[in-house]
Design a protein around this ligand. Structure first.
Ligand SMILES: [Zn+2]
Ligand SMILES: [Zn+2]
Length: 291
């Protein structure tokens, strides 16, 4: 799977950075997290927007959703027929309905809009957990959880036990099976599997405690709007140091900082991040991360 950072700015676009938008290409689908203004032009450079199956909006500050109307319209102009799923926090249905009523917008495919709180949605091969964060308005973070993979069948062992034909698929479905009066568990005849990949995205937030599902995330994408300086004030955002502490708290393998504030030089952010977390990178627009 591959992550595409299509927009990495904090609040305002700059010459180098678009407002927030992250695409995850997993198998044949693309999942979008946030869709700031201009995201569809960024997509032209990296992904096929026709592959976008579902969009997760963290919250309804303009920088995170104003790219939606344009994208939805282009999809319609491109004769999209597949339904599009949009998920977001409390208020999503009302905000989007108002948005679609604000002009002569004709949408030629089905839109499925759903509001989330702390929920786990299961899809083919993965699930997405949403959880509330602390940003002054209804806001969510998301955890992408790839299904765990089982190990391959040990054919010799399976033969020894007497497994044959349809028994394999039955055992896979049920998890256990009676073979010649003996209960065989799937794990008895398969090798070591592997844990599915986990990616946690904080959205915009003050430091919060992440749900247990975020533990051991392969990647934590965390907003880092401020440095520990006098400009910090009391905001509903995180500093670079706080983002690093969040990565530590969940034992993330890798931290990618985003929502980058144009008032700081990249080198300042990098220096502060490196002081607090080893495996850290600052996201850049159009950056690709293979996982
Ligand atoms: Zn923002
Ligand atoms: Zn915000």
């Amino acid at each position: 799977m591959k992550l595409y950072f299509l927009g990495t700015a904090g609040s305002k676009p700059t010459l180098e950075r678009n407002p927030p938008c992250i695409a995850l290409a997993f198998r044949k689908d693309v999942i979008l997290f946030d869709c700031g203004e201009g995201s569809q032009r960024q997509m032209i450079k990296r992904i096929k927007q026709s592959k976008i199956k579902r969009i997760f909006i963290t919250h309804f500050h303009g920088d995170h959703y104003l790219g939606l109307p344009g994208l939805i319209m282009t999809m319609s102009l491109n004769d999209r027929k597949d339904p599009l799923e949009i998920y977001g926090p409390e208020g999503t249905i009302e905000f989007l309905s108002n948005l679609f009523r604000s002009g002569y917008m004709e949408i030629g495919y089905e839109l499925m809009i759903r509001e989330l709180k702390e929920d786990t949605l299961e899809f083919e091969g993965y699930s997405i957990k949403s959880f509330p964060v602390d940003h002054g308005v209804p806001s969510l973070g998301f955890i992408f959880m790839e299904d765990d993979r089982r190990g391959a069948f040990n054919t010799e062992k399976a033969k020894e036990i007497g497994l044959e034909g349809k028994m394999f698929s039955l055992l896979e479905e049920e998890g256990e099976l009676e073979v010649s009066g003996r209960i065989i568990k799937l794990g008895d005849v398969t090798g070591k599997g592997r844990h599915g990949v986990r990616i946690t995205y904080s959205g915009d937030t003050r430091p919060v405690k992440f749900p247990s599902e975020a533990k051991g995330s392969d990647v934590l994408i965390h907003e880092a709007t401020f440095l520990e300086d006098s400009e910090r004030k009391e905001t509903y955002h995180s500093t670079v140091k706080e983002a690093c502490e969040a990565a530590d708290a969940i034992g993330a393998v890798r931290l990618i900082l985003t929502h980058i504030n144009s008032r700081y030089a990249q080198s300042e952010i990098e220096a502060e991040a490196k002081r607090h977390f080893g495996n850290v990178a600052i996201a850049e627009d159009l950056m690709e991360v293979e996982i």
